[in-house]
Design a protein around this ligand. Structure first.
Ligand code: SF4
Length: 216
């Protein structure tokens, strides 16, 4: 059995996911590109729910860059201590804020190349900010996008970067951001890392993993 869906099948998967998740969107609470950037940096290896818990207090007291620059690593780490790697993240966030102020005039850069120069910002964070804050089409590959897109057979990528590049090849550009959200929502609600709910999955007719399991 082949490993990848046909182009027609990929189109069908996109349509089905659009029906299942018409409101798929970023689940990190934010009110500005700055808040989104900070929330995404804090979200590494932590759930969005946990990030939203700490940013509720953080953004209430320190809603923008100038306010955040009143903090130091120690005080920030106390506020975000409920999330994983909070000391490293405190250090990165404060360094990121200083770089935004000193090198970008306090503005959030709107290019991938500039965003990844910020401390704590990698490909995934840059793509999330470009797509959600600035309306650019981008595919950020997190653990859900990686797992679900490979299980379905949209791509066959051995790591997140290969998966991102392959998804950009396989998906129409105007669907990149939407598919990023829908694959995350599907991963959180149906296609769990352990015990994916395949029997009730709305796209199981078009999923390579499900097809392979059926012929065993
Ligand atoms: S059929 Fe199973 S493995 Fe395939 S997308 Fe649905 S839940 Fe995931």
């Amino acid at each position: 059995m082949k490993d990848l869906l046909s182009d027609k099948e990929v189109s069908t998967v996109i349509s089905l996911l659009e029906e299942i998740y018409p409101f798929a969107n970023c689940e990190l609470n934010h009110r500005s590109p700055f808040q989104l950037l900070i929330a995404v940096v804090l979200s590494a290896q932590t759930t969005d729910i946990r990030v939203n818990e700490v940013t509720e207090e953080l953004f209430r007291q320190y809603p923008d860059l100038d306010a955040m620059l009143e903090l130091d690593e120690e005080r920030l780490s106390v506020i975000i201590r409920k999330i994983g790697m909070y000391r490293t993240k405190s250090k990165n966030v404060m360094a990121l804020c200083r770089k935004l102020k000193n090198d970008f005039g306090g503005n959030i850069p709107e290019t991938f190349a500039e965003l990844v120069t910020l401390p704590g910002v990698g490909r995934k964070t840059a793509n999330v900010v470009l797509s959600n804050a600035f309306g650019q089409q981008a595919i950020a590959v997190d653990t859900h996008v990686f797992r679900v897109s490979n299980r379905i057979g949209i791509v066959s990528g051995s790591d997140p970067l290969k998966t991102e590049l392959a998804l950009m090849q396989r998906l129409p550009k105007e669907k990149w951001t939407a598919m990023h959200h829908m694959l995350i929502w599907h991963g959180r609600r149906q296609c769990f890392a352990r015990n994916p709910q395949c029997a009730s999955c709305g796209i199981n007719d078009f999923c390579m993993m499900f097809r392979k399991a059926a012929v065993k």
